[in-house]
Design a protein around this ligand. Structure first.
Ligand code: FAD
Length: 417
């Protein structure tokens, strides 16, 4: 009998998981809350009723702002055998860092090319995934079904993380999380404090500075030189709000009308029991290879790591998971997997890594990719990919937030002009 695989979510991780499970001969059912494929890449003009996204009644999945262009060149974003040009799912004349609408079209074409859509149950949210003797029972809006394995691909950019800021009740301006930011129009002429220095903080602080009276860009990792301009100044992370309502950062009072939190997101799996997997400050505890709980080798989390080039990493994770699921590879014993994960966490702790960064791969992603590839007998990350990725890093270091204008060499199969 074919292995029955349920995939939760039809974003980039869910699509490639479904494709991989189909390719390896499984019977696949994808459950998707929304009406389209693409996940984050399905832009929503609508925002949530709570701008901080903490108590929203109407939730919105996508965090894309209107102007968003990718922060990774499209030749690196592509899945391994579906280039981001006219030979695959893109167009040759799209910019190297295309607008988000291009990524959605690429994903739509991927779903069509690999005939994934007919396996997707749209508008069907998974509410519960319960362990049975050797399978999983899934409860959705439309009923209950039984599956031999589950690939969890629900994403981790939809539930805003809003750090505690002592005295915030004294702030009488507007509070909003980047999840509910779409464009700078309503900030014209205002003094805006932007908290966060990763991708969203970088983009949003730059575009708000075009129209605002002033932007205070706060965070622990801002590039002071790149951040300073007449309308945008750099500061450490906020420490508190004074009794007068000023945000105190680096001992300095900053008087702002708006505070935009670009402070990231929570990982959540509301459909799984804590006994199966528990999340503690964005650390999904105890996973082997950041993919599966050692005791449940038929439950795979695809797409967990961050600071990665997502689509290729999702693809190799999915391939690795299904490879083992279908009996083509042998996993270490539960004891060995648990011990390896404990050793990895101990090494991160010894380095002083924040718990919420335990799934951050960054420079480790190539080694990670190659380990998974070796364990399922496929080629390691190609040389052109590594060289292009290094060139992007160099452009970022040299040009700060203007890196997308750098002449990065085209070394791989995707046609880019
Ligand atoms: P998602 O894309 O979030 O998809 C998850 C899907 O699961 C959604 O369709 C959702 O509706 C569905 N779902 C969730 N819960 C359930 C449930 N209970 N039942 C059924 N369905 C459910 N990546 C890049 O490669 N390049 C970039 O330039 C880039 N820029 C980004 C900019 C922003 C602002 C953000 C937020 C992310 C960016 N990313 C970028 C990362 C992006 O998240 C990934 O590219 C990718 O979308 C993650 O795919 P995913 O499938 O894991 O999750």
């Amino acid at each position: 009998m074919m292995t029955r695989v349920a995939v939760i979510g039809a974003g980039p991780a869910g699509l490639v998981s479904a494709r991989e499970a189909l390719r390896q001969g499984c019977d696949v059912t994808v459950f998707e809350s929304g009406a389209s494929v693409g996940g984050v890449w399905v832009h929503s003009a609508a925002v949530e009723d709570d701008p901080l996204g903490e108590a929203s009644v109407q939730t919105v999945h996508s965090s894309l702002y209107d102007s968003l262009t990718t922060n990774i060149p499209r030749d690196l974003m592509a899945y391994s055998d579906f280039t981001f040009d006219s030979a695959g799912g893109g167009e040759d004349d799209w910019p190297r860092f295309p607008h988000h609408t291009c990524v959605r079209r690429y994903l739509d074409r991927f779903a069509d090319r690999f005939d994934i859509r007919r396996h997707i149950h749209f508008n069907e949210t998974v509410w519960r995934v319960a362990k049975q003797a050797a399978s999983w029972q899934i409860t959705t809006d439309h009923g209950v079904s039984e599956h031999d394995a589950v690939m969890v691909c629900n994403g981790h950019y939809a539930k805003p993380r809003v750090p505690v800021l002592p005295g915030i009740e004294q702030f009488d301006g507007q509070l909003i999380h980047s999840h509910n930011y779409r464009n700078p129009d309503s900030f014209a002429g205002k003094r805006v404090l932007i908290w966060g220095t990763s991708a969203s903080g970088l983009d949003i602080s730059a575009e708000v500075a075009e129209v605002a009276d002033h932007v205070f860009w706060c965070g622990n990792a801002f590039d002071r030189e790149a951040s300073i301009s007449p309308r945008r100044s750099g500061h450490p992370s906020p420490a508190r709000v004074s009794s007068e309502g000023s945000v105190i950062a680096g001992g300095e009072p900053l008087d702002a009308d708006v505070l935009i939190y670009c402070t990231g997101y929570h990982y959540t799996y509301p459909f799984l029991d804590d006994a199966v997997v528990s999340v503690d400050d964005n650390w999904v505890r105890g996973l082997h290879r950041d993919i599966l709980p050692p005791r449940y080798s038929n439950l795979g989390f695809i797409g967990l790591p961050f600071l990665i080039i997502p689509f290729p990493i999702f693809e190799i994770q999915a391939r690795w998971f299904v490879h083992h699921l279908t009996g083509k590879g042998t996993l270490p014993t539960v004891v060995a997997m648990t011990a390896a994960d404990s050793a990895r966490i101990a090494a991160l702790q010894a380095k002083g890594t924040l718990q919420r960064h335990y799934h951050r791969l960054g420079d480790q992603q190539i080694a990670y990719y190659n380990e998974l590839a070796a364990e399922c007998g496929v080629d390691p990350m190609p040389d052109w990919f590594i060289k292009t990725w290094q060139a992007v890093g160099e452009a970022r270091a040299a040009l700060g937030d203007r890196y997308k204008f750098a002449a990065i060499p085209v070394l791989g199969p995707t046609h880019c002009c």
